[in-house]
Design a protein around this ligand. Structure first.
Ligand code: GLA
Length: 392
């Protein structure tokens, strides 16, 4: 009897202890999930002002592992921070630490490009029998939307707080005949950072009369870190069997050329620098790679189009897109005149771009996929950059 009472006391004490432990465990779980929610949220901070006083803000999207920073001027991605294989935070995009450098001359670092990314020959095209003349800002061509493209305008920003992944939606109204393009166009660009370490960029546009459109992002990546030197040791795969050769003015000739047995073959992983100095007419014209690859499986929705890795940092980037082409550009025009965030010089080839897009000069090349946007249609495309880190 006495023994029985003792046993039940022991059991009761154990039960109570178990209950307390369970309570503490649940509490820790709740606290942790609150912390995760905090990590997920986007942060807004003042970054600088335009000469007219308009304020520029930086929006930081974090998922607790990596972060992406974007400003409302040009929708520019200023920083992408991710731990390298040693756990050291590494910024993998070229850019600046102060706002005034972004309003000075620079080659589209991190910016949204539009209305028409890439080149339009002689800055001219005709649509429904009407001729349009754009500004020539690249020799005889119009490049990346003209003199004041979407990279140099102020976007309005909506912070997305649907409690899922952190994100922002940028909106810009481009007026009829802005930079010579017809139609009042509303453009929305959404940046989302997922738990799977994907930076998703969703592009949308509507117009009130027929126009042409080709939006992209002009981030310069260096997976070794933005100040680490050139990107020639990065390994690259592009899922494309062919590319578009260009004339001496960098306008596609119309030929779709097979990459087999040429320095343009990245269908299997290859070092970017392996053949870049080859005496190849196209590499000479581009001063390196500055061409549009014709991506495989266009029309089948979003698919993996490229992958790049740095063995030094272990940082890997996969690119997914629904677009027909990607301009692979190896920063051939960087010349050391711009200072990096760590105050080094951005020398030739210290970054590479993978600008997912429609083919250059499509408004003048009827054999290329169509870039016309009509009022009854919605332009909708997306590109994802997915990051991961490995130890080699
Ligand atoms: C694009 C072009 C390049 C160059 C850069 C900016 O990617 O294809 O030729 O103009 O932009 O310097």
């Amino acid at each position: 009897m006495h023994q029985g009472k003792n046993n039940s006391m022991v059991f009761y004490k154990k039960y109570k202890r178990l209950n307390i432990l369970l309570y503490l465990f649940v509490k820790i779980l709740i606290l942790n999930s609150c912390n995760l929610n905090n990590f997920k949220s986007q942060m807004k901070s003042y970054f600088g002002s335009l000469p007219n006083g308009e304020k520029i803000y930086k929006y930081k999207l974090s998922n607790g592992y990596m972060s992406v920073e974007i400003i409302n001027y040009g929708g520019i991605i200023t920083n992408i921070n991710i731990p390298n294989s040693q756990g050291i935070n590494t910024d993998v995009v070229l850019g600046f630490d102060t706002f005034h450098q972004y309003i000075e001359e620079h080659p589209y670092f991190g910016a949204i490009i539009g209305r028409y990314g890439n080149r339009i020959a002689n800055g001219k095209f005709s649509l429904n029998g009407i001729n349009y003349q754009l500004a020539k800002n690249n020799g005889e061509n119009s490049l990346h939307g003209g003199l004041i493209g979407f990279d140099k305008v102020l976007w309005s920003v909506k912070e997305l707080d649907d409690h899922k992944d952190p994100g922002i939606k940028l909106t810009y109204f481009s007026e009829n005949m802005e930079e010579g393009y017809p139609g009042n166009v509303q453009i929305d660009v959404t940046y989302i950072l997922t738990k799977e370490n994907e930076l998703k960029i969703l592009y949308e546009a509507i117009t009130d009369s027929p126009t042409v459109i080709n939006l992209t992002n002009h981030s310069y990546f260096n997976l070794g870190g933005e100040s680490s030197g050139d990107i020639l040791d990065h390994f690259l795969t592009i899922n494309a069997d062919s590319y578009l050769p260009v004339d001496k003015n960098m306008i596609p000739t119309g030929e779709i050329r097979n990459v087999k047995n040429t320095p343009f073959d990245f269908s299997e992983m290859k070092k970017i620098g392996l053949e870049i100095e080859t005496q190849n007419n196209q590499l000479i014209i581009g001063k390196g790679y500055d061409h549009c690859w014709v991506l495989n499986d266009y029309g089948k929705g979003i698919r993996k189009i490229a992958e790049v890795k740095s063995i030094n940092t272990g940082i890997n980037m996969e690119v997914y897109s629904d677009q027909p082409g990607v301009q692979f550009y190896t920063g051939n025009f960087l010349d050391g005149s711009l200072k990096s965030k760590k105050l080094n010089k951005y020398k030739k080839r210290s970054g590479f771009c993978l600008e997912t897009q429609h083919f250059p000069d499509s408004p003048n090349q009827p054999s290329f996929p169509n870039v016309i946007l009509d009022p009854d249609k919605k332009y909708q495309t997306q590109t994802w950059y997915k990051f991961s880190t490995k130890t080699y």
